[in-house]
Each structure stands twice: as C-alpha cells, then as structure tokens.
Design a protein around this ligand. Sequence first.
Ligand SMILES: [Zn+2]
Length: 283
Amino acid sequence: MHPKIKWNTITFSCVFSIFFLQISTPPYAIGASLVKENSSLKQKKVDLDLNQETDPRVRELVAIGGSMEEIAAIRGPSIKTPHQAIRELKLGNTRFVLGQSQRADLAPNLRRVQLLTQTPFAVVLNCADSRVPTEIVYDQGLGSIFTARNAGNVADPGALGSLEYAVKHLKPHVVVVMGHEGCGAVHGAMLPIEERNKEPTSLQSLLNQILPAVAELPLIRDRKARMREAVINNVRLQVSRVNEDAVIKDAIHKKKILVIGAYYEITSGLVEFLDSPEELKLK
Ligand SMILES: [Zn+2]
C-alpha cells in the first residue's frame, strides 16, 4: 500500500473511532471517567512521551518514577511579581510585533501536567473582538493568561466574577484591562441615543456601561484620534471599576497584584501600556 494512503486510512479510522465513542457513550459516563482519571492522576506514575520532553528536570523525574503532581510542581511559573509579569507581557508583545513569536508549547506532556492545576501569571479583561486574540498578541502559551472577554472589555458583574475567581484562587500578578483600535462597542456607545435604542436589550446594557467614558470627550476633530481617546478613556473607566471590587482591592492592598490598562493597535500589533496612576486617571 502507498504510504500516503496507509496514513489516510489510519487517520480516518482514528477519527471514526473517536466519533463513534462520543456518540455511543452517554455524557454522564464520560464525566464519571474524567473524574476518576483526575483523582488518580495525583498519585499516578508518570506516563509521558519522553520524545516530546525537552526539560531535563522532567526527564530525570520520569526516570525515577515521579508523579504528575511532582512534575506540575517543577513546571511552576517563574514569574513572581507584578513587575515581572508586566515585563513578560511587554517582551511577548515585542516578539509578536517583530514577527518573532515563539511557537507556543502545545506538547501533549504540557497539557497533561496542566490537568492538575492552572497557574496563569496574568489576567486580561479583553474585548471579544476577533482581531485581538490575547495569547497571540502577548506571545504566550497554554496556561499563562486567564482571559475574560466581552464587547468593549466592560467590567460588568460577569467579568468581575471571573476576575475575582482568578485573583482569589489562581494567584496571578497583574490584571490588564485591554482596549483596542477601532473598537465597535466603543463606537456603538458614541452613537446618538436613537441609534443605540435600535440595538438588542443586552447589547444596549453593555453600551450603557461604556457611555460615561465617551459622554464628555474633549473636542478632537481627527476621527481616528477621537476614537483612540474614547477607547483609552473606556479602559480608564473599566480599570476604575475593577479597582473598586473588594477582592481585587484587597489583593492590591496586600501588594499581590497591580491593575493596569492597555491599548492594542491593530495596524501595528503594538500594545501600549497604561501603568502609571497619571495615565489611568479618569479626569
Ligand atoms: Zn472591541
């Protein structure tokens, strides 16, 4: 048999088997088996593919029969402070801008180790816009960034709940509220009320939460510059709401996290950080 045909046959067989397994196994059975696998992983001896493993510490642990939990521990994050976290985001964005993104570590070994826990060093409240993919813009791999997204990066109760979860349980070092060039939600909030009232109710509710940021903009005649000012002012407004959250306030007070703003320029790929009190001041 021609090798290409053989591989196609094998691939088809695998895909068909997975599909058949999914349609023939009731969801509760899949859930039960996952729970069982999760609880046994902690003690489980490592069964990793060493051909995929580049970290010598992991290879050594595998050789002496270490557990998945021990491997997760040595794979822990190297970033330990808010300033290191901001620096890592800046470096990652620089790689992205220069077209030198490192290939994200998507090795099966890393996914298996991450099943036990997640240790993101940063939390990003980002716009849901498809042109602003968080991990790609910051050149980060699996498990590095905890992201909450909605149109206009609004710190509404849903987004704040996600941020609270991350800050309380995952111990990240920085929270970034990120707006972007040409944001449709911010543009929508700047339209006359008759236009906004034509939108669906839930969308109107999001736009209303952007409104205070764009209601009293200084007179800027250049359309692009005016939009940029509106987006950055919305970032400032949402940062101020995040700062008011009790869980986040407590973490800031204990110097565990910093909350900063960011503006992503779609055309250049560059993220500008608003990380000083002066830049984040509402007025
Ligand atoms: Zn947007």
